[in-house]
Design a protein around this ligand. Structure first.
Ligand code: ATP
Ligand code: MG
Length: 397
Protein backbone atom coordinates (compact mmCIF):
# COMPACT_ATOMS: atom_id res chain seq x y z
CA UNK A 1 0.00 0.00 0.00
CA UNK A 2 1.31 3.44 -0.79
CA UNK A 3 1.70 5.75 2.15
CA UNK A 4 -1.18 7.85 3.46
CA UNK A 5 -1.03 11.58 2.77
CA UNK A 6 -2.13 13.57 5.77
CA UNK A 7 -3.96 16.83 5.29
CA UNK A 8 -4.56 19.24 8.14
CA UNK A 9 -7.22 21.87 7.94
CA UNK A 10 -7.00 24.89 10.21
CA UNK A 11 -10.21 26.88 10.14
CA UNK A 12 -13.07 27.81 12.42
CA UNK A 13 -15.41 28.27 9.47
CA UNK A 14 -17.86 25.42 8.88
CA UNK A 15 -18.22 26.38 5.22
CA UNK A 16 -14.49 25.98 4.66
CA UNK A 17 -14.46 22.65 6.46
CA UNK A 18 -17.36 21.37 4.34
CA UNK A 19 -15.68 22.48 1.12
CA UNK A 20 -12.34 20.84 1.98
CA UNK A 21 -14.03 17.63 3.14
CA UNK A 22 -15.96 17.52 -0.13
CA UNK A 23 -12.85 18.24 -2.19
CA UNK A 24 -11.07 15.28 -0.58
CA UNK A 25 -14.04 12.90 -0.61
CA UNK A 26 -13.30 9.73 -2.54
CA UNK A 27 -9.56 10.38 -2.74
CA UNK A 28 -7.68 7.32 -1.62
CA UNK A 29 -5.13 7.17 1.15
CA UNK A 30 -5.77 10.70 2.29
CA UNK A 31 -6.39 11.43 5.94
CA UNK A 32 -7.96 14.74 6.88
CA UNK A 33 -7.56 16.17 10.35
CA UNK A 34 -9.52 19.32 11.15
CA UNK A 35 -8.38 21.81 13.77
CA UNK A 36 -11.41 23.95 14.47
CA UNK A 37 -9.74 27.27 15.12
CA UNK A 38 -8.35 30.13 13.17
CA UNK A 39 -4.62 30.12 12.36
CA UNK A 40 -3.97 32.89 14.83
CA UNK A 41 -5.73 30.82 17.51
CA UNK A 42 -3.20 27.97 17.25
CA UNK A 43 -1.09 27.34 20.31
CA UNK A 44 2.50 26.13 20.22
CA UNK A 45 1.57 22.45 20.49
CA UNK A 46 -0.87 22.72 17.58
CA UNK A 47 1.80 24.47 15.50
CA UNK A 48 4.20 21.60 16.10
CA UNK A 49 1.46 19.09 15.31
CA UNK A 50 0.71 20.87 12.07
CA UNK A 51 4.34 20.44 11.10
CA UNK A 52 3.82 16.69 10.93
CA UNK A 53 1.26 16.86 8.11
CA UNK A 54 1.95 16.72 4.39
CA UNK A 55 -0.52 19.38 3.36
CA UNK A 56 -1.72 22.17 5.62
CA UNK A 57 -4.78 24.09 4.51
CA UNK A 58 -5.88 27.21 6.33
CA UNK A 59 -8.34 30.03 5.83
CA UNK A 60 -6.75 33.39 6.36
CA UNK A 61 -7.09 37.09 5.86
CA UNK A 62 -3.66 38.41 4.84
CA UNK A 63 -4.64 41.84 6.19
CA UNK A 64 -4.74 40.35 9.67
CA UNK A 65 -1.37 40.77 11.41
CA UNK A 66 -2.05 37.96 13.90
CA UNK A 67 -2.74 35.56 11.06
CA UNK A 68 0.46 36.53 9.30
CA UNK A 69 2.50 36.03 12.48
CA UNK A 70 0.84 32.66 13.02
CA UNK A 71 1.69 31.54 9.48
CA UNK A 72 5.28 32.63 10.06
CA UNK A 73 5.34 30.48 13.18
CA UNK A 74 3.95 27.53 11.21
CA UNK A 75 6.52 28.12 8.51
CA UNK A 76 9.34 28.05 11.04
CA UNK A 77 8.31 24.58 12.24
CA UNK A 78 7.33 22.99 8.96
CA UNK A 79 9.10 20.09 7.31
CA UNK A 80 10.80 20.86 4.03
CA UNK A 81 8.37 18.79 2.03
CA UNK A 82 5.10 20.06 3.48
CA UNK A 83 2.73 22.19 1.45
CA UNK A 84 0.81 25.26 2.64
CA UNK A 85 -2.47 26.15 0.95
CA UNK A 86 -4.17 29.38 1.99
CA UNK A 87 -7.86 29.99 1.36
CA UNK A 88 -8.65 33.68 1.26
CA UNK A 89 -11.31 36.08 0.23
CA UNK A 90 -12.12 36.09 -3.48
CA UNK A 91 -10.89 39.60 -4.16
CA UNK A 92 -7.52 39.65 -2.50
CA UNK A 93 -5.01 42.06 -4.04
CA UNK A 94 -1.88 40.85 -5.74
CA UNK A 95 0.24 42.55 -3.08
CA UNK A 96 -1.53 40.60 -0.37
CA UNK A 97 -1.22 37.32 -2.24
CA UNK A 98 2.50 38.04 -2.49
CA UNK A 99 2.79 38.73 1.20
CA UNK A 100 1.32 35.27 1.82
CA UNK A 101 3.86 33.69 -0.47
CA UNK A 102 6.59 35.62 1.40
CA UNK A 103 5.63 33.88 4.64
CA UNK A 104 5.80 30.43 3.02
CA UNK A 105 2.39 29.82 1.46
CA UNK A 106 2.71 27.61 -1.64
CA UNK A 107 -0.63 28.43 -3.17
CA UNK A 108 -3.34 30.98 -2.51
CA UNK A 109 -6.83 29.82 -3.42
CA UNK A 110 -9.86 32.08 -3.50
CA UNK A 111 -12.72 31.05 -1.28
CA UNK A 112 -15.51 30.22 -1.93
CA UNK A 113 -14.26 28.26 -4.90
CA UNK A 114 -16.23 27.45 -7.98
CA UNK A 115 -17.22 23.90 -8.91
CA UNK A 116 -14.61 21.29 -8.19
CA UNK A 117 -11.68 23.70 -8.41
CA UNK A 118 -10.64 22.85 -4.87
CA UNK A 119 -10.74 19.13 -5.70
CA UNK A 120 -8.54 19.69 -8.74
CA UNK A 121 -6.08 21.76 -6.74
CA UNK A 122 -5.97 19.02 -4.12
CA UNK A 123 -5.20 16.44 -6.81
CA UNK A 124 -2.31 18.56 -7.99
CA UNK A 125 -0.81 18.86 -4.52
CA UNK A 126 -1.47 15.24 -3.56
CA UNK A 127 0.45 14.25 -6.66
CA UNK A 128 3.25 16.60 -5.67
CA UNK A 129 3.48 14.92 -2.26
CA UNK A 130 3.58 11.48 -3.94
CA UNK A 131 6.33 12.46 -6.35
CA UNK A 132 8.38 14.17 -3.63
CA UNK A 133 8.22 10.95 -1.65
CA UNK A 134 9.32 8.89 -4.57
CA UNK A 135 12.11 11.34 -5.36
CA UNK A 136 15.78 10.59 -5.14
CA UNK A 137 15.64 7.73 -7.60
CA UNK A 138 14.31 5.37 -4.96
CA UNK A 139 12.21 3.39 -7.35
CA UNK A 140 10.62 0.14 -6.32
CA UNK A 141 11.72 -3.22 -7.66
CA UNK A 142 9.65 -4.89 -10.35
CA UNK A 143 9.24 -8.66 -10.23
CA UNK A 144 7.42 -10.37 -13.08
CA UNK A 145 6.12 -13.88 -12.48
CA UNK A 146 5.60 -16.17 -15.46
CA UNK A 147 4.74 -19.83 -15.92
CA UNK A 148 6.22 -22.80 -17.75
CA UNK A 149 2.75 -24.22 -18.26
CA UNK A 150 -0.85 -23.37 -17.42
CA UNK A 151 -1.95 -24.17 -13.90
CA UNK A 152 1.58 -24.61 -12.54
CA UNK A 153 1.02 -22.12 -9.73
CA UNK A 154 2.25 -18.79 -11.07
CA UNK A 155 -0.64 -16.82 -9.58
CA UNK A 156 -0.16 -18.60 -6.26
CA UNK A 157 3.49 -17.53 -6.28
CA UNK A 158 2.76 -13.96 -7.43
CA UNK A 159 0.05 -13.34 -4.82
CA UNK A 160 1.92 -14.90 -1.92
CA UNK A 161 5.27 -13.45 -2.85
CA UNK A 162 3.63 -10.01 -2.91
CA UNK A 163 2.04 -10.72 0.47
CA UNK A 164 5.30 -11.90 2.02
CA UNK A 165 7.20 -8.92 0.61
CA UNK A 166 5.11 -6.68 2.86
CA UNK A 167 7.26 -8.06 5.67
CA UNK A 168 5.08 -7.54 8.68
CA UNK A 169 7.12 -7.84 11.83
CA UNK A 170 4.36 -9.94 13.32
CA UNK A 171 0.84 -10.97 12.41
CA UNK A 172 -0.46 -8.43 14.86
CA UNK A 173 1.60 -5.52 13.69
CA UNK A 174 -0.59 -3.85 11.18
CA UNK A 175 1.74 -1.50 9.35
CA UNK A 176 3.75 -3.40 6.76
CA UNK A 177 7.42 -2.49 6.36
CA UNK A 178 7.18 -2.33 2.58
CA UNK A 179 4.60 -1.00 0.17
CA UNK A 180 3.76 -3.66 -2.38
CA UNK A 181 1.54 -3.64 -5.47
CA UNK A 182 0.35 -6.69 -7.36
CA UNK A 183 -0.87 -6.31 -10.92
CA UNK A 184 -2.76 -8.91 -12.88
CA UNK A 185 -1.64 -8.63 -16.48
CA UNK A 186 -3.16 -12.02 -17.24
CA UNK A 187 -5.95 -9.88 -18.67
CA UNK A 188 -8.18 -12.69 -19.90
CA UNK A 189 -7.89 -15.39 -17.27
CA UNK A 190 -6.48 -13.43 -14.36
CA UNK A 191 -7.33 -14.76 -10.93
CA UNK A 192 -5.36 -12.41 -8.65
CA UNK A 193 -8.62 -10.72 -7.63
CA UNK A 194 -10.16 -14.08 -6.67
CA UNK A 195 -7.07 -15.12 -4.72
CA UNK A 196 -7.29 -11.90 -2.70
CA UNK A 197 -11.05 -11.49 -2.60
CA UNK A 198 -10.89 -8.23 -4.53
CA UNK A 199 -13.64 -7.46 -7.03
CA UNK A 200 -12.68 -7.42 -10.70
CA UNK A 201 -11.59 -3.89 -11.58
CA UNK A 202 -12.35 -2.02 -14.74
CA UNK A 203 -9.12 -0.01 -14.72
CA UNK A 204 -7.28 -2.15 -17.26
CA UNK A 205 -10.39 -2.32 -19.44
CA UNK A 206 -10.45 1.49 -19.43
CA UNK A 207 -7.03 1.44 -21.05
CA UNK A 208 -8.47 -0.61 -23.89
CA UNK A 209 -11.33 1.70 -24.63
CA UNK A 210 -9.62 5.06 -24.68
CA UNK A 211 -6.38 6.89 -25.05
CA UNK A 212 -5.87 6.66 -21.32
CA UNK A 213 -2.33 6.66 -19.94
CA UNK A 214 -2.05 4.94 -16.56
CA UNK A 215 0.00 7.62 -14.82
CA UNK A 216 0.38 8.08 -11.09
CA UNK A 217 -3.02 9.73 -10.76
CA UNK A 218 -4.71 6.91 -12.66
CA UNK A 219 -2.93 4.31 -10.57
CA UNK A 220 -3.99 6.05 -7.34
CA UNK A 221 -7.60 5.85 -8.43
CA UNK A 222 -7.48 2.35 -9.88
CA UNK A 223 -5.77 0.32 -7.16
CA UNK A 224 -7.72 -1.48 -4.45
CA UNK A 225 -6.24 -2.19 -1.03
CA UNK A 226 -6.57 -5.50 0.77
CA UNK A 227 -7.02 -5.55 4.56
CA UNK A 228 -3.42 -6.75 4.85
CA UNK A 229 -2.13 -3.73 2.98
CA UNK A 230 -1.46 -4.95 -0.57
CA UNK A 231 -2.31 -2.64 -3.48
CA UNK A 232 -4.10 -4.68 -6.12
CA UNK A 233 -4.88 -4.06 -9.75
CA UNK A 234 -7.01 -7.00 -10.76
CA UNK A 235 -8.10 -8.05 -14.23
CA UNK A 236 -11.44 -6.84 -15.59
CA UNK A 237 -14.60 -8.94 -15.31
CA UNK A 238 -15.34 -8.89 -19.02
CA UNK A 239 -13.31 -10.54 -21.69
CA UNK A 240 -10.83 -8.22 -23.37
CA UNK A 241 -8.48 -8.95 -26.27
CA UNK A 242 -4.86 -9.22 -25.16
CA UNK A 243 -3.75 -6.62 -27.69
CA UNK A 244 -6.30 -4.10 -26.47
CA UNK A 245 -3.61 -2.45 -24.35
CA UNK A 246 -0.33 -1.27 -25.80
CA UNK A 247 3.34 -1.26 -24.86
CA UNK A 248 3.38 2.46 -24.04
CA UNK A 249 0.52 2.06 -21.58
CA UNK A 250 2.20 -0.88 -19.88
CA UNK A 251 5.43 1.07 -19.60
CA UNK A 252 3.60 4.06 -18.10
CA UNK A 253 1.79 1.79 -15.66
CA UNK A 254 4.96 0.15 -14.39
CA UNK A 255 6.73 3.52 -14.14
CA UNK A 256 3.89 4.91 -12.02
CA UNK A 257 3.68 1.83 -9.81
CA UNK A 258 7.37 1.66 -9.06
CA UNK A 259 7.36 5.30 -8.03
CA UNK A 260 4.86 4.69 -5.27
CA UNK A 261 5.68 1.14 -4.18
CA UNK A 262 8.78 -0.64 -2.91
CA UNK A 263 7.85 -3.77 -4.84
CA UNK A 264 5.68 -4.28 -7.88
CA UNK A 265 4.76 -7.90 -8.57
CA UNK A 266 3.28 -8.67 -11.99
CA UNK A 267 1.32 -11.81 -12.80
CA UNK A 268 2.10 -12.27 -16.49
CA UNK A 269 -0.12 -13.75 -19.17
CA UNK A 270 1.00 -16.96 -20.82
CA UNK A 271 0.89 -15.45 -24.31
CA UNK A 272 3.91 -13.49 -25.48
CA UNK A 273 2.08 -10.36 -26.69
CA UNK A 274 4.03 -7.30 -27.78
CA UNK A 275 3.52 -5.39 -24.53
CA UNK A 276 5.45 -8.12 -22.70
CA UNK A 277 8.55 -6.36 -23.97
CA UNK A 278 8.31 -3.33 -21.59
CA UNK A 279 7.49 -5.68 -18.71
CA UNK A 280 10.62 -7.70 -19.37
CA UNK A 281 12.87 -4.72 -19.96
CA UNK A 282 11.64 -2.90 -16.85
CA UNK A 283 11.66 -5.96 -14.60
CA UNK A 284 14.43 -6.20 -12.03
CA UNK A 285 13.80 -9.89 -11.97
CA UNK A 286 11.64 -12.54 -13.59
CA UNK A 287 10.54 -15.56 -11.65
CA UNK A 288 9.54 -18.47 -13.85
CA UNK A 289 7.34 -20.98 -12.05
CA UNK A 290 7.78 -24.54 -13.28
CA UNK A 291 7.88 -28.19 -12.32
CA UNK A 292 10.69 -30.55 -13.22
CA UNK A 293 8.88 -32.52 -15.92
CA UNK A 294 10.52 -32.54 -19.33
CA UNK A 295 7.85 -30.43 -21.12
CA UNK A 296 7.90 -27.78 -18.38
CA UNK A 297 11.69 -27.57 -18.32
CA UNK A 298 11.76 -27.22 -22.11
CA UNK A 299 9.19 -24.50 -21.97
CA UNK A 300 11.15 -22.75 -19.18
CA UNK A 301 14.25 -22.90 -21.34
CA UNK A 302 12.37 -21.28 -24.24
CA UNK A 303 11.04 -18.55 -21.98
CA UNK A 304 14.49 -17.82 -20.56
CA UNK A 305 15.95 -17.58 -24.09
CA UNK A 306 13.14 -15.26 -25.12
CA UNK A 307 13.69 -12.96 -22.11
CA UNK A 308 17.46 -12.91 -22.47
CA UNK A 309 17.45 -12.26 -26.22
CA UNK A 310 16.80 -8.55 -25.73
CA UNK A 311 17.84 -8.26 -22.07
CA UNK A 312 21.03 -10.25 -21.62
CA UNK A 313 21.64 -8.95 -18.11
CA UNK A 314 18.20 -9.82 -16.77
CA UNK A 315 17.99 -11.66 -13.47
CA UNK A 316 15.88 -14.80 -13.89
CA UNK A 317 14.99 -17.14 -11.06
CA UNK A 318 13.44 -20.54 -11.54
CA UNK A 319 10.84 -21.52 -8.94
CA UNK A 320 10.06 -25.21 -8.72
CA UNK A 321 6.50 -25.56 -7.51
CA UNK A 322 4.76 -28.53 -5.96
CA UNK A 323 8.03 -30.21 -5.05
CA UNK A 324 9.73 -30.15 -1.70
CA UNK A 325 13.40 -29.36 -1.77
CA UNK A 326 15.09 -32.77 -2.04
CA UNK A 327 17.99 -33.71 0.23
CA UNK A 328 19.81 -34.86 -2.83
CA UNK A 329 19.04 -33.96 -6.40
CA UNK A 330 17.66 -36.88 -8.41
CA UNK A 331 19.11 -37.46 -11.85
CA UNK A 332 16.18 -35.79 -13.60
CA UNK A 333 16.73 -32.71 -11.41
CA UNK A 334 20.37 -32.58 -12.41
CA UNK A 335 19.46 -32.96 -16.05
CA UNK A 336 16.85 -30.17 -15.75
CA UNK A 337 19.35 -27.84 -14.05
CA UNK A 338 21.83 -28.60 -16.83
CA UNK A 339 19.25 -27.76 -19.52
CA UNK A 340 18.47 -24.47 -17.78
CA UNK A 341 22.09 -23.71 -16.99
CA UNK A 342 21.22 -22.68 -13.49
CA UNK A 343 20.75 -24.12 -10.04
CA UNK A 344 17.38 -24.76 -8.51
CA UNK A 345 17.31 -22.58 -5.45
CA UNK A 346 13.62 -22.18 -4.79
CA UNK A 347 11.36 -25.11 -4.07
CA UNK A 348 7.74 -24.88 -2.97
CA UNK A 349 6.25 -28.08 -1.57
CA UNK A 350 3.04 -29.62 -2.82
CA UNK A 351 0.42 -28.70 -0.26
CA UNK A 352 -3.05 -28.93 -1.81
CA UNK A 353 -4.82 -28.38 1.49
CA UNK A 354 -3.09 -25.11 2.35
CA UNK A 355 -3.27 -23.87 -1.25
CA UNK A 356 -6.97 -24.69 -1.46
CA UNK A 357 -7.69 -23.12 1.90
CA UNK A 358 -6.10 -19.84 0.87
CA UNK A 359 -8.04 -19.70 -2.39
CA UNK A 360 -11.33 -20.59 -0.70
CA UNK A 361 -10.90 -17.81 1.83
CA UNK A 362 -9.59 -15.37 -0.76
CA UNK A 363 -6.59 -14.66 1.46
CA UNK A 364 -2.84 -15.07 1.27
CA UNK A 365 -1.40 -18.28 2.68
CA UNK A 366 0.25 -16.38 5.53
CA UNK A 367 -3.22 -15.47 6.81
CA UNK A 368 -4.95 -18.85 6.63
CA UNK A 369 -2.17 -21.43 6.71
CA UNK A 370 0.77 -19.49 8.07
CA UNK A 371 2.31 -22.58 9.65
CA UNK A 372 2.16 -24.71 6.52
CA UNK A 373 5.39 -25.77 4.83
CA UNK A 374 4.19 -24.00 1.69
CA UNK A 375 3.74 -20.69 3.47
CA UNK A 376 7.15 -21.02 5.12
CA UNK A 377 8.78 -21.77 1.77
CA UNK A 378 7.13 -18.65 0.33
CA UNK A 379 8.52 -16.60 3.23
CA UNK A 380 11.98 -17.90 2.31
CA UNK A 381 11.37 -17.01 -1.33
CA UNK A 382 10.39 -13.45 -0.37
CA UNK A 383 13.43 -13.06 1.88
CA UNK A 384 15.76 -14.30 -0.84
CA UNK A 385 14.07 -11.93 -3.29
CA UNK A 386 14.58 -8.93 -1.00
CA UNK A 387 18.23 -9.84 -0.54
CA UNK A 388 18.81 -10.08 -4.27
CA UNK A 389 17.14 -6.88 -5.33
CA UNK A 390 18.71 -3.44 -4.88
CA UNK A 391 15.88 -2.31 -2.66
CA UNK A 392 17.29 -4.66 -0.04
CA UNK A 393 19.77 -1.89 0.82
CA UNK A 394 17.09 0.22 2.41
CA UNK A 395 14.94 -2.50 3.93
CA UNK A 396 15.61 -4.74 6.86
CA UNK A 397 14.53 -8.33 6.58
N1 ATP B 1 2.47 -25.66 -4.04
C1 ATP B 1 1.21 -25.98 -4.29
N2 ATP B 1 0.64 -27.05 -3.68
C2 ATP B 1 -0.62 -27.41 -3.94
N3 ATP B 1 -1.43 -26.76 -4.77
C3 ATP B 1 -0.95 -25.69 -5.41
C4 ATP B 1 0.39 -25.24 -5.20
N4 ATP B 1 0.58 -24.15 -5.97
C5 ATP B 1 -0.58 -23.93 -6.62
N5 ATP B 1 -1.50 -24.85 -6.30
C6 ATP B 1 -2.87 -24.94 -6.81
O1 ATP B 1 -2.83 -25.17 -8.21
C7 ATP B 1 -3.89 -24.50 -8.85
C8 ATP B 1 -3.34 -23.60 -9.94
O2 ATP B 1 -2.59 -22.58 -9.33
P1 ATP B 1 -2.45 -21.12 -9.96
O3 ATP B 1 -3.76 -20.59 -10.33
O4 ATP B 1 -1.61 -20.37 -9.02
O5 ATP B 1 -1.63 -21.51 -11.25
P2 ATP B 1 -1.35 -20.60 -12.54
O6 ATP B 1 -0.07 -21.08 -13.08
O7 ATP B 1 -1.48 -19.18 -12.21
O8 ATP B 1 -2.57 -21.06 -13.46
P3 ATP B 1 -3.18 -20.32 -14.75
O9 ATP B 1 -2.53 -21.00 -15.91
O10 ATP B 1 -4.61 -20.64 -14.65
O11 ATP B 1 -2.87 -18.88 -14.64
C9 ATP B 1 -4.64 -23.75 -7.79
O12 ATP B 1 -5.75 -24.50 -7.40
C10 ATP B 1 -3.64 -23.66 -6.64
O13 ATP B 1 -4.28 -23.60 -5.38
MG1 MG C 1 -2.49 -17.63 -13.12
Amino acid sequence: MAKVTSVMLISDDQGVENAVTLALAGKRRVKLTAENRSVSGLNGAAVRMAAEHDIIVFATDPGNKDDMNAIRALNAERSETSIFLALTDRDITLARARSLSDVGVDEVLPFPVTGDELGRQMDKWLQKVASTRSGGGKEGAVIAVSQARGGIGATTVAVNLADQLLIRKSRFRKEPANSVAIVDLDLQFGAVGDFLDVEPQEGLMQLATGDVMPDQMWVEQSLADTPTGLSVLSAPADFMPLDAINAKQVETLITALRQTHDFVVIDMPRALVDWIEPVVSMADEIQVVTDTTVPSIRSTRRLIDFYLADNPGLQIEVIVNREKKPYMLASHHKEAARVLERKFEHWLPDDPKAARNAVDFGKPLSEVSGRSELSKALTQLAKATVRRLPIAERQSV
